[in-house]
Design a protein around this ligand. Structure first.
Ligand code: PHE
Length: 341
């Protein structure tokens, strides 16, 4: 009997030592010391032994149990520690590692150009004014010399928030009035932002786009000042060899009014696809502030004169980067945007 028990102990210890996982250990435990385990059956069979042998066998079985249990416990602990270490090692994060596929955001081309335009004008002493995108009919039309029945409204149909009263502004020119209401000459301001018109989207139109408004009012301001500043602007953004030309035009809030063209920076005025063979690209509308507009803002038109201009920021961006479809500037396709940063 004692031999059999010794063999069982030796075999069990060998099994335990070669075990690799916690589960194998628990399986061995059940196999040997469980309800139907090998060691348990020695105990169970003790009742059939002669009485004088019972204590001795009982002692062997108990010693065997103590021995196996201590080996089991030690091995179980060893495996647990190994498994925990492996798990921790696998979860370790190396915070010094450089992640090369990190995606960085960038500045939208319209914003790149907007910032440059703002820098350009502020460097010449212009202040940057802000005015609301949701505007009253008064500021967007009425005060700009565009009364209710004026045909100029036709070209600037927009989105009405409250019919006949509140609109999404169609032009940053509304900011001229807001500026002149609270500031008196000398005034040098620009106003940059979104404007809205009920246009269908195509390669050259969008129901939302961006304008830069400029306004200068002081004594003795003439069209020469307007031309000088716009020429500097065109040279700064399209290259030093750029020329500009004025064509007569009409805006209710300027008199006289002009449409301003820049010589095409892509073909240097020779004629190409970008300028449709003309050598010139229209870049903005401008003019001398209409006397009626000055009067509405309580500025004496006999003492002060001024000029104003409105530039399409998206258009300038297109010309600078050679973008041939306005939609690209609003769709925010990452493949397009990536090229600018
Ligand atoms: N507001 C005009 C437009 O949207 C542009 C403009 C601005 C013209 C200032 C003259 C003076 O077309």
């Amino acid at each position: 009997m004692q031999n059999k028990i010794n063999v069982l102990v030796a075999e069990t210890i060998e099994k335990i030592n070669s075990a690799q996982t916690q589960k194998e250990i628990t399986d061995i435990k059940v196999e040997v010391m469980g309800k139907n385990g090998a060691l348990t059956s020695f105990m169970r069979n003790m009742k059939d032994l002669p009485n004088d042998q019972k204590p001795l066998v009982g002692k062997f079985v108990n010693e065997a149990r103590v021995k196996i249990e201590s080996v089991l416990d030690a091995k179980f602990k060893e495996i647990s520690e190994k498994e925990l270490k492996a798990k921790l090692d696998a979860e370790k994060i190396d915070i010094t590692i450089d992640k090369h596929d990190r995606k960085m955001g960038g500045i939208h081309p319209i914003n790149i150009v907007r910032r440059k335009v703002v820098d350009f004008f502020t460097s010449m002493g212009f202040i940057v004014a802000d005015s609301p995108e949701v505007e009253t009919d008064y500021y967007n039309f009425e005060a700009l010399n565009i009364p209710k029945d004026h045909p100029a409204r036709e070209m600037q149909d927009t989105f009405y928030v409250v019919p006949e009263k509140i609109v999404l502004r169609t032009q940053t020119s509304a900011g001229q009035i807001r500026t002149m209401e609270v500031n008196k000459p000398p005034i040098k301001m620009i106003n940059v932002g979104r404007v809205y018109r009920s246009d269908d989207i195509d390669a050259t139109h969008s129901p939302v786009f961006h304008q830069i408004e400029g306004l200068v009012v002081d004594e003795k301001i003439t069209m020469c000042d307007l031309k000088g500043i716009l020429e500097k602007f065109a040279k700064a953004f399209f290259g030093n060899e750029t020329n500009i030309r004025f064509r007569p035009s009409y805006f209710p809030f300027t008199e006289p009014s002009v449409e301003v063209d820049a010589s095409c920076p892509h073909c240097k005025g020779k004629g190409c696809r970008v300028c449709k063979g003309t050598g010139w690209i229209e870049i903005l509308g401008a003019g001398m502030v209409n006397r009626n507009v000055l009067k509405v803002c309580d500025i004496d038109p006999d003492k002060y004169t001024g000029f104003a201009f409105g530039v399409g920021l998206d258009r300038i961006t297109s010309i600078i980067y050679g973008i041939n479809d306005l939609r690209l500037e609003f769709e925010n396709d990452i493949r397009f945007l990536k090229q600018f940063n």
